[in-house]
Ligand binder design. Sequence first.
Ligand code: BG6
Ligand code: MG
Length: 210
Amino acid sequence: ATRGVIFDLDGVLIHTDDLHFQAWSEIAGRLGIPFTREDNDRLRGVSREESLEIILEIGGTQVSETEKSVLADEKNAIYRTLLRGLSAADVEPGVRETLATLRERGLRLAVGSSSRNAKMILERTGLRGWFDAVSDGENIVRSKPDPEVFLRAAEFLALTPAQCAVVEDARAGVEAAVAGGFTAIGIGDAGSHPEVTWRIDTLGEVLERI
Ligand code: BG6
Ligand code: MG
């Protein structure tokens, strides 16, 4: 039976997509690379460095490794400035209720995010206290679709992957969950992934699947 639930952060608990989009748009603009919202969707669940590679590939643009690291740092500085505007009001509707019900049912809860800003976002939005563990970009070597971030989350919860469900909005995240041996719950676009175990449209539906 399921004993733990691991939530992706960006796009599942909080809508930071638009902030990532604004920050990457500025970087792409400087490089003269056209960058659309559809392009931004490809960056879901993907690490900062790999996101930059995708943008450079869209532009057919080549830059040195040093410049890449400068660009990634600049993107993060812009993004973190935008994150300062984040508050508890930005938490998706139904999130706290869903987490409360899962806790009442005795499930262990974790966050599994590729982001190195995850803990800061959880603090700013007042969500940190709901989770028994946070596995994020700070404790992994390989980003989604590699299962590492979820495997660490399960470890932190002292559960096996088979005992945990993962909730994801990104295709890379669904792939990571499946590769790790987790029940994969896809929300929104990720729900159309062929390997998803359950498809949901709103977070509250998690309660019907666990
Ligand atoms: C993921 C986002 O949660 O974190 C990606 O979906 C992002 O779009 C990745 O690139 C890394 O985030 P950060 O905050 O470490 O730049
Ligand atoms: Mg996500």
